[in-house]
Write a protein that binds this ligand. Structure first.
Ligand SMILES: [Zn+2]
Length: 160
């Protein structure tokens, strides 16, 4: 493992938002430059408001969740330009940071988690721009640029 599992937010560590292969390939500074600080703040805010443990990836604890935070450009699941993906141009310059997380809370449905965002929108404004509609056991949040960041965008399942 090239990276170490350092704390990168109040409630989250590096391995929780990175796929295992990236933690084996890249060092901490490289990985940290690829994940949006804004979406980490959003996850912390969500954790504080919901008041329960929030899981992104859990591969490091022996679980199966591995692509719920940043995704490599060639990841086949999800949309081609998904906000989860870190993207580069032909000269290997960063063109998109990982700016989406899929959050899981034991005992809370996707709809219950979306409701947390809606009911507390003033506290999420500026940190979250979009959530995905109709996800069942998780909540997708991202901070992808939108026309009006003051309004929450709820977008269709499997498009982002
Ligand atoms: Zn997602």
């Amino acid at each position: 493992m090239k990276a170490t599992n350092v704390r990168i937010a109040d409630h989250f560590t590096l391995f929780e938002v990175m796929p295992r292969t990236y933690c084996q390939q890249f060092d901490n500074d490289t990985l940290l430059a690829w994940i949006s600080p804004t979406i980490l703040k959003a996850a912390d805010r969500f954790r504080d408001i919901v008041g329960k443990p929030v899981t992104v990836n859990n591969w490091n604890e022996g679980g199966t969740l591995n692509l719920c935070g940043l995704r490599p450009p060639n990841t086949s699941i999800g949309a081609p330009k998904s906000a989860h993906k870190v993207l580069f141009d032909s000269k290997r310059r960063l063109t998109q940071m990982g700016q989406a997380l899929d959050l899981h809370v034991a005992g809370l449905s996707g709809e219950a988690m979306r409701q947390v965002i809606r009911e507390n929108w003033p506290q999420f404004r500026g940190l979250i721009t979009r959530v995905e509609d109709k996800t069942d056991g998780w909540l997708h949040i991202d901070c992808k640029r939108t026309d009006d960041p003051s309004q929450l965008v709820v977008f269709g399942f499997f498009k982002g």
